[in-house]
Design a binder for this molecule. Structure first.
Ligand code: ADP
Ligand code: MG
Length: 256
């Protein structure tokens, strides 16, 4: 691990969880991220909002290297994301990701979904991995579903499994990409409640979501993206009550 840590960018302090400096990305000719600068301190809860197609998913997917950026720097917990595979592995271990469509392995039980990475990536003994998994399944309030397959669970339950699965890797940062957008309304709250619990315990979180109630109560900072740029960011109170840019005002008028 020490050799990986040698890539630490000197300007990054220990209290910084994620830092993006002038990050650009293109899909072919299409310039999707246009110079993103973002510093996330440990324990921050950031909500990212903005119109569809503005680059929100691309941005958070770049943070755990599901997408590759072409210019600028991304440093996660002191490790710079370059093509160095060791660094990518390190970052994937430390960054949990929850997707809109859960992305559970359908042929594995809930418990197996949760123990797979700890056993294979962290080399944890199976019984220990299962004990950890049960702890987090209890935390998301579905320990009784451990032996079932994802297809036998409701959407809200599956998303809670996805969160528990991420937590089993003891991540330093959690990324959420519209975690409640595919859920029926009655299941949104059970997922948001789990996320609120995580926030209370000090987890560093970046959440792409349209749940503005969540943003108001949980986020310490709301970021508005449009056309590949961070247009505006502020504490929720200021952001919602006193938006500065016309683009933010228009967006808020459409969703609130
Ligand atoms: P958001 O999450 O804000 O809706 P995305 O990051 O998913 O936005 O997408 C931003 C833009 O990039 C969109 O115009 C989308 O069509 C385009 N895009 C996303 N993924 C790809 C891809 N793999 N190849 C080409 N274009 C893409
Ligand atoms: Mg998206």
């Amino acid at each position: 691990m020490s050799d990986v840590r040698q890539t630490v960018a000197p300007q990054v302090g220990d209290d910084i969880a994620v830092q993006l400096s002038d990050v650009h990305k293109w899909y072919g000719e299409f310039h999707v991220l246009k110079g993103i600068n973002l510093t996330v301190s440990r324990g921050e809860r950031i909500v990212i909002c903005g119109p569809s197609g503005s680059g929100k998913s691309t941005l958070i997917r770049c943070i755990n290297r599901l997408e590759e950026h072409q210019r600028g720097n991304i440093v996660v917990d002191g490790v710079e994301l370059t093509n160095n595979l060791k660094n990518i592995d390190q970052v994937r271990r430390d960054v949990g990701m929850v997707f809109q469509h859960f992305n559970l392995f359908p042929h594995l039980t809930v418990l197996e979904n949760c123990t797979l990475a700890p056993i294979w990536v962290r080399k944890m003994p199976k019984d220990q991995a299962e004990a950890v998994a049960m702890k987090y399944l209890e935390r998301v309030r579905i320990p009784d579903q451990a032996r079932k397959y994802p297809g036998q669970l409701s959407g809200g339950q599956q998303q809670r499994v996805a969160i528990a699965r991420s937590l089993c890797m003891n991540p330093k940062v959690m990324l959420f990409d519209e975690p409640t957008s595919a859920l029926d309304p009655e299941m949104i709250k059970e997922v948001l409640d789990v996320m609120i619990g995580l926030a209370r315990e000090g987890m560093t979180m970046l959440c792409v979501t349209h749940e503005m109630g969540f943003a108001k109560t949980v986020a310490n900072r709301v970021i508005f993206m449009d056309r590949g740029e961070i247009v505006e960011q502020n504490a929720p109170n200021e952001f919602f009550n006193n938006p500065q840019s016309e683009r933010t005002k228009l967006f808020l008028s459409q969703i609130l």
